[in-house]
Design a protein around this ligand. Structure first.
Ligand code: PLP
Length: 432
């Protein structure tokens, strides 16, 4: 499959080159040239298919022929080595748990898939690729874990000092091997800006092959469309009108859901649930898209002031505001709302959510007020223990640490502090 740049000032490129480059030379995000709806039989026979079969059929068109089908099957099988259960809370609300992977965040799937694609493309290459990634919380751990030990690939992670949870920090600073963490004196947007700048800096790119592992990268972004089909498989017999509420930051996950809808998955509506970083909520209200600096919240993986993937969403709906509005609602919530939701979910349904899932739950509640027949699925994007302090304080109950988390807590953090772009550049050039 070929990809084009959404800035439309760069040549089309293959899946392989889109994965290796991350961002197009004109700074645009890559987008597939064609989207072919899956045959009706795919949805009719869905109950008899395994997750691997579903994922393979759904994503094949975007990957072939650069990765042979048998290799792609293996990559998918390894990527999806855990469960994606839907848990029903009530007749109108369910949650799709996306936290059963090794770092207990939904980003595990994208990171594992991308790492394996890049490993495949780089297997005969003598020069290492450097994956440069900015994280607002969960990306770093998932990418670090997904790429750990992949031959020919080095990973450099930038994270905002003091703005990720203790467990998140451990997950991205304790792995060693081909993984390095840079602790940035700044906020997530500073990290993301530095990463974008490095990609355009010829004094770096002439000497080393850089790529991104943010949802900018098509191999990180597209496999997220699986989740929506997995949820559909579990719910379609009981519910006709399925809507998804997605706790959104960079809007990669929700945009992948929209790709699943383009493939023919009968999703009635999307809800972008935001914390106080509400650029998209405001856009849908005012038709005015105005990015602003991010503010820190309890759902820190969504503290994004200028969501990268929103241009892809605009592309999917042909830049037509009205079409977009028919498919997408958006609500924004404060930290107090989030805490109240955590408590409500616990008391009403005996379910422990994390702050991101809680924001998603609130989106469901608001949407259901005017759509009584819908069944709303909010995505649980991280395990609650990754945000232990706030969750335990709000529900006044001890939460057990799962084994994946226990394993990192006693390890020693190793990170290099940097404060600006010149520090990053000096660091990268030193590694050559
Ligand atoms: C990354 C992340 C999000 C936001 O996902 P986007 O694809 O950036 O919108 C939400 N919740 C958690 C826990 C995350 O790690």
């Amino acid at each position: 499959m070929n990809y084009y740049s959404l800035n439309r000032k760069a040549p089309d490129t293959s899946f392989e080159q889109a994965v290796i480059k991350g961002l197009a030379p004109d700074r645009g995000l890559y987008f597939p040239k064609e989207i072919t709806t899956l045959p009706a039989s795919f949805f009719k026979d869905i109950d008899s298919k395994t997750n691997t079969e579903i994922a393979f059929e759904a994503i094949k068109q975007f990957i072939s022929p650069e990765i042979p089908e048998n290799t792609l099957k293996t990559i998918i099988e390894e990527t999806l080595a855990f469960d994606f259960p839907v848990v029903k809370l009530s007749d109108s609300i369910s949650t799709l748990e996306l936290f059963h992977g090794p770092t207990m965040a939904f980003k595990d799937v994208g990171a594992r898939f991308m790492a394996r694609c890049l490993g495949y493309f780089n297997q005969n290459n003598t020069n290492d690729v450097t994956v440069l990634v900015a994280t607002s919380g969960d990306t770093g751990g998932a990418v670090a874990n997904g790429f750990l030990g992949v031959k020919g690939v080095n990973v450099v992670i930038l994270y905002p000092s003091g703005k990720v949870s203790a467990i998140q920090e451990k997950q991205l600073t304790t792995l060693g091997q081909n993984i390095t963490a840079l602790e940035v004196d700044g906020v997530f947007d500073d990290c993301q800006d530095m990463v974008k700048k490095a990609f355009l800096d010829e004094s770096i790119t002439s000497q080393m092959q850089l790529t991104s592992a943010n949802s900018i990268n098509v191999a990180r972004w597209l496999p997220q469309l699986f989740y929506f089909i997995f949820a559909y498989k579990q719910l379609h017999k009981h519910h006709d009108e399925i809507v998804f509420s997605i706790p959104s930051g960079n809007f990669g996950n929700i945009c992948a859901g929209m790709m699943a809808q383009q493939l023919g998955l009968p999703i009635q509506h999307f809800i972008a649930s935001n914390n106080a970083n509400n650029v998209v909520t405001n856009y849908l209200k005012t038709k005015n898209y105005s990015p602003k600096p991010s503010v820190q919240t309890l759902s820190n993986a969504m503290d994004v002031g200028n969501p990268s993937n929103f241009v892809r969403i605009q592309e999917i709906y042909n830049n037509d505001f009205e079409t977009l509005k028919q498919n997408l609602s958006s609500f924004s919530y404060t930290d107090d709302d989030t805490k109240a939701a955590l408590l409500e979910i616990y008391e009403r349904y005996n379910y422990i959510a994390d702050p991101h899932g809680a924001v998603g739950y609130l989106g469901c509640k608001d949407y259901l007020k005017t759509h009584k027949n819908a069944h709303c699925v909010f995505l649980e994007t991280a395990h609650p223990t990754k945000f232990l302090d706030v969750v335990e304080e709000v529900i006044q109950t001890k939460v057990d640490l799962p084994p994946q988390i226990k394993a990192v807590m006693d390890k020693t953090k190793v990170a290099t502090k940097i404060s600006d772009y010149e520090d990053l550049k000096a660091y990268l050039l030193k590694t050559i």
